[in-house]
Design a protein around this ligand. Structure first.
Ligand code: ASP
Length: 331
């Protein structure tokens, strides 16, 4: 049953440091804005994503610049990384679990708070697009494992071998010791979480990953969990996360950051508070990385992380830029 029909039937839903500089060409903030700072100008369209995935933001920008909507922009943007076999943390070429199977997680959220996710799905190259299909074609939010894969085939997706020779070789090497440890910044490549605002001022977000390399079979992190790895509220802004998902889930990180922005914090302040909450819960533990990225309705952005090394990529009409994020623990 299509989502719209389902909703009708069930009668639900009837009713800082790196903040973006003001851009001369941007429009004045409308009077009915929900945000507090009257001096802030709206920056749109804009797209940001975790890490230096500049090809992904360039693709999303192309969609936005041609008048496309934020949802299409984030889907097409993150698909660039899903298809890149050299990126060993997203899509095809991702590191496998400890048994040698590549399992992918992704979620997507639109301006009306519709959302879709796939968890622990094998053999499909573009989990973000399957997540979108879950959102648009089913009455559900999440599909997992074999069910998600089966649904993808029904929607016309092809079976793809996700394990590249390189990732297989490294996994076989890892198996010699089978030591599981979190690696703080894997060559500056990690999960891609993307947030976009289109020309109408509407926000959407997407997040996609192969998760932690050599994880337990069946392990799911924060990335496909709405509120943890990604959250969007079109009245306020959006947030997304990268790093050790277990820590992000414990504080429902992305939801927390959007709620902090609702209370008046800037994206930068909200990301800093998000990381601080996690550090408080961990009482001195420091052997993990988390990076948060946020955008508010005005197009202001912020990012913050536990250890130095996290950055985020941004594309506006001013061009593309990579922002290194400040960290809780200094170098
Ligand atoms: N957050 C992802 C996860 O825990 C991994 C990552 O960002 O590296 O699955």
């Amino acid at each position: 049953m299509k989502r719209r029909k389902f909703l009708k039937k069930s009668s639900i839903g009837t009713a800082g440091v790196f903040s973006t500089p003001l851009l001369a060409s941007c429009q004045e903030k409308p009077k009915d804005s929900t945000l507090l700072n009257d001096k802030v100008k709206i920056i749109k369209p804009i797209v940001v994503c975790t890490w230096n995935f500049h090809k992904a933001t360039a693709k999303a920008w192309k969609v936005l610049n041609m008048g496309g909507n934020a949802l299409d922009a984030v889907e097409q943007g993150v698909m660039i990384e899903e298809a890149d076999t050299n990126n060993q943390t997203v899509g095809v070429g991702g590191r496998p679990d400890r048994d040698g199977n590549v399992t992918l997680d992704a979620c997507i959220m639109d301006k009306e708070s519709n959302c879709g996710a796939v968890l622990c799905m094998q053999n499909i190259a573009h989990p973000i697009s399957v997540a979108r299909k879950v959102m648009e074609e089913t009455p559900h939010v999440m599909l997992a494992g074999k069910g998600a894969e089966q649904f993808a085939y029904e929607q016309g997706f092809n079976k793809t071998n996700l394990l590249t020779e390189q990732s297989k070789k490294e996994w076989l090497e890892w198996k010699k010791t089978s030591k599981y440890e979190t690696i703080i910044n894997i060559e500056n490549h990690d999960t891609i979480g993307m947030l976009a605002i289109d020309k109408n001022g509407d926000i959407a977000g997407g997040c996609t990953t192969s998760g932690m390399g050599y994880k337990y079979a069946g392990r799911v992190g924060d990335s496909p969990i709405i509120g943890a790895g990604l959250f969007v509220d079109n009245e306020i802004g959006g947030a997304t996360a990268t790093g050790v998902g277990e820590e992000v889930v414990r504080t429902v990180g992305s939801f927390l950051i959007v709620e902090l922005m609702r209370q008046g914090k800037s994206p930068q302040e909200a990301c800093e508070e998000g990381v601080k909450r996690i550090m408080q819960k961990n009482k001195g533990r420091k052997d993990f990385q988390i990076g948060f990225l946020a955008i508010n309705k005005n197009g202001e952005t912020g990012g913050y992380c536990v250890h130095p090394g996290f950055s985020y990529s941004q594309y506006t009409e001013e061009g593309q830029i990579n922002h290194p994020a400040e960290s809780f623990i200094k170098a």
